[in-house]
Design a protein around this ligand. Structure first.
Ligand code: GDP
Ligand code: MG
Length: 331
């Protein structure tokens, strides 16, 4: 018995030591340790929360910038230009690319890789791609965890690229301090933005491919939309910046606005803004924990099967069945 106890203590000590080591390595910017943890987070491996809890207090300095917009709008190309500029300013950067396997952007991951290749040997730039495919509502958890690790590694700026479709991606956009919505001329993007509610989340519009015909019309359209917006007093006024990412034009102007926005939210200390970010993050973990614990309490194999049988026997409908399961868990 004593031996067992000692063994247990030994394991616990070893585990705690490993745990501390990993956290310390990530905090020291160790790429290998950080990559491993990110992979575990993306695989939804158990116990990553233990590390993330300890990394979280070391993440406040990082400026998280989200780039969202339709596939092909030029997000990756813009990001590439932003990385170059930010590197010249001496900033270290984390990049999170979401949705590379989306059927809409087929082949984009290859393009992204080639484009980003020149940063591959730059240790100050850390690039991570995660696929939406295979994620069962866990995409935002992955994204939140990975950005936490990047920030804890000491990265000054974290760029997130996402097409911004679906609840998970909307949450990810809320995770960013500054959201850049990338639109292109003549695609009715402005209208799309209003429809998808993206207008509310946009801090800056990048009108990319602005060398193309119709860019002035699109610019007017966006400005008109912004004028119609019922802005709250003291709130940030969303800005519009014209870019030609392919030629590296307008990137400095875009980054200036990004910096202005960061200064704005820092100096104004917008309480509501930080509250929303904290709430989004907390609720994501709340949903996950609630789901995990509920399922473990339910003994899904037996209880759920019994309920399925009752549905098949026309004893209950799926709505009633689900409500009964919830009632069982909350009992
Ligand atoms: N004409 C034009 N094409 C661009 C511009 N920026 C990017 N592109 C092209 O648009 C395509 C999609 O760009 P990409 O950055 O992969 O878009 P993403 O899907 O939003 O990441 C690529 O062929 C780019 O070369 C631009 O300013 N003007
Ligand atoms: Mg892309």
């Amino acid at each position: 018995m004593q031996l067992l106890y000692l063994l247990f203590q030994g394991c616990l000590l070893t585990y705690t030591a490993m745990d501390t080591q990993l956290v310390e390595k990530v905090l020291a910017g160790d790429v290998k340790a950080a990559s491993r943890l990110m992979r575990d987070i993306d695989d939804a491996a158990p116990d990553t929360a233990i590390h993330l809890k300890r990394l979280y207090p070391h993440t406040e300095h990082a400026h998280i910038i989200g780039l969202t917009g339709a596939p092909g709008a030029g997000k990756s190309t813009l990001m590439d230009g932003m990385i170059q500029h930010l590197r010249r300013q001496g900033k270290t950067i984390g990049v999170l690319a979401i949705d590379p396997t989306s059927p809409y952007s087929g082949g984009a991951i290859l393009g992204d890789r080639i484009r980003m290749q020149r940063h591959a040997n730059d240790s100050a730039v850390f690039i991570k791609s995660i696929a939406t495919r295979g994620h069962m509502g866990g995409l935002s958890q992955s994204a939140f965890g990975i950005t936490t690790v990047m920030a804890a590694m000491g990265k000054d700026v974290i760029l997130i690229e996402t097409v911004g479709v679906g609840q998970d991606e909307t949450d990810i956009i809320r995770l960013a301090h500054t959201t850049v919505v990338v639109v292109t001329p003549g695609m009715g993007d402005g209208i799309q933005a209003v429809k998808s509610g993206i207008l509310e989340t946009a801090d800056i519009f990048a009108l990319n491919k602005s060398e193309l015909e119709g860019s002035e019309t699109t610019l007017d359209e966006i400005k008109m939309m912004l004028n119609m917006r019922q802005g709250q007093k003291h709130d940030w006024e969303p800005q519009v910046v014209k870019t030609v990412a392919l030629r590296g034009q307008g990137i400095d102007g875009l980054l200036r606005q990004v910096q202005n926005h960061w200064n704005f939210i820092e100096t104004k200390g917008l309480k509501g803004y930080w509250q929303q970010k904290a709430r989004t993050e907390m609720m994501i973990h709340f949903r996950r924990l609630l789901m995990e614990r509920s399922l473990s309490m339910l003994n899904p194999g037996q209880t759920c099967q019994a309920m399925v049988d009752r549905i098949l026997d026309h004893e209950v409908d799926p709505y009633t069945a689900a409500a009964e399961l919830v009632a069982q868990v909350l009992k």
